[in-house]
Design a protein around this ligand. Structure first.
Ligand code: NAD
Length: 418
């Protein structure tokens, strides 16, 4: 394998810890503690404020356990946004870790106060929330990250570098799958017994898609991130293969991919995207395979430390995370353990919070960053994810190809200004 030696550019050192607030994510939530540990592990953030739960008692209990000052444990995120903006030591950014229907309202409240946004996915619950969110974002000038965390695994960065530097030749097809099993026995008749589940089964609070919105958006982002291709159109079949439910728990999607720079050229590439949350025996099986004219690449998130590189007609090479030995220098700035000491999803969260911290620190100090020093997912990626979900929903009904461009394409027209 011929990976040109270069000098790795390191991140600027922090001048102070950034102050993070969180909305949602307290005790009993699935993902809040994971955000918090990623932020702490990055070494760039202190968690100093929160409206951590919709239940005031739980919000305070979570705040106490996270050593947040009681005056900064809020029960209402609107109060939190106002009060934090008035403090000398107010938060620099808010992490939004609530059910989907609150992502946009919480982001509006904090953007109005000029506070940076770190939002979980999907960007919003409903497509009609996108345009006002983009308007508010453009008016606010804040940094808006979206936590498609898998793109922060070192070996996903490595895959992207190998594809973009031509090591697999021209990309010819892409296949991605994300398979889980948690919804196999959960359906319309029994979801209320699990306190964490109900909003996910409510199209108003979750959005109209269950699995495509939840994990399909991760898969869609991974395709775009690793290949730099855009999904132009798709054809989706939705299924319920687990317990009876009103939204899909499985989807098979065929993709038509296009190079970003050649949107008007007719050449397209095929891809597939398969997702299920009702696949017996599956755990967190996110896998991407990229096939080029010279070689293929494969990465699997349950074994995130390695990347399989298969040049045509040559033995498979297994690249392992670490320094040197085939690693692209730009990926090495995210390596925190030497090869042989495993890293995991928690390190990917820390990488995500590191890059967000670097960008927010630079913004705070009025400094610009070298191009491509950071590559965290942005609101633009969140918007693409929403258009992907919307197109999949339309296609599942029309049983036909649907383009991702929405009826009102305004948000795409200024995509350079995201
Ligand atoms: P959850 O239901 O387990 O937790 C949601 C939390 O939000 C709860 O603590 C709840 O009390 C709190 N909440 C609700 N209303 C609130 C309000 N008005 N003010 C303050 N807090 C409020 O949900 P979850 O599974 O943790 O998912 C939360 C979000 O994270 C979802 O959007 C989901 O898609 C996303 N998620 C992302 C990843 C990822 O890998 N990036 C993984 C899992 C979940």
């Amino acid at each position: 394998m011929n990976m040109k030696p270069q000098t790795a550019q390191t991140f600027p050192k922090p001048t102070r810890r950034l102050r993070l607030g969180m909305v949602g994510g307290g005790h009993g939530s699935l993902i809040g503690a994971v955000h918090a540990s990623g932020a702490r592990l990055s070494g760039r953030w202190d968690i100093v404020a929160g409206a951590l739960s919709s239940n005031p008692e739980r919000a305070h209990m979570s705040g106490r356990d996270w050593l947040i000052d009681s005056e900064r444990c809020y029960v209402d995120f609107q109060d939190m946004a106002r009060c934090e903006a008035q403090r000398q030591d107010g938060i620099d950014a808010v992490a939004i870790v609530t059910p989907n229907y609150l992502h946009a309202p919480v982001a509006h409240a904090f953007m109005e106060q000029g506070i940076h946004i770190i939002s979980d996915k999907p960007l919003t619950a409903q497509p009609d929330e996108i345009a006002p969110l983009l308007d508010a974002y453009k008016a606010s000038g804040v940094i808006y990250g979206v936590t498609y965390v898998y793109a922060s695994h070192v070996m996903v960065r490595q895959a992207r570098e190998m594809v973009l530097s031509g090591m697999i030749g021209e990309v010819r097809q892409v296949h991605v799958e994300y398979l889980q099993d948690w919804a196999i026995n959960i359906g319309n008749t029994n979801f209320e017994s699990d306190a964490a589940i109900p909003w996910r089964f409510d199209p108003e609070r979750n959005g109209k898609s269950l699995t495509v919105a939840d994990i399909g958006t991760h898969a869609e982002h991974l395709v775009r991130f690793v290949t730099n291709l855009e999904i132009e159109a798709l054809r989706a079949e939705f299924y319920v293969t687990g317990a009876s439910k009103s939204m899909e728990d499985t989807a098979f999607i065929t993709l038509r991919l296009k190079e970003k720079a050649t949107q008007n050229v007719s050449k397209t590439l095929p891809g597939t995207l398969i997702v299920s949350q009702a696949m017996a025996g599956a755990q967190c099986g996110l896998r991407i395979r990229v096939s080029g004219t010279k070689a293929g690449l494969e990465w699997f998130q349950e074994a995130p430390e390695t990347l399989s590189y298969r040049p045509i007609g040559e033995p498979e090479q297994m690249i392992s995370r670490g320094h040197g030995a085939g690693m692209h220098p730009s990926t090495e700035r995210l390596v925190r353990m030497k090869r042989g000491h495993p890293e995991a999803l928690s390190d990917a969260w820390a990488n995500l919070y590191t890059e967000l911290g670097v960008a927010i620190e630079a913004h705070r100090l009025g400094r610009s960053l070298p191009p491509e020093l950071v590559a965290f997912p942005t609101i633009e990626d969140g918007v693409h994810g929403m258009y992907f979900v919307d197109a999949a929903l339309r296609s599942s009904i029309s049983q036909n190809w649907e383009t991702l461009v929405p009826q009102n394409p305004e948000p795409f027209q200024n995509s350079d200004s995201f």
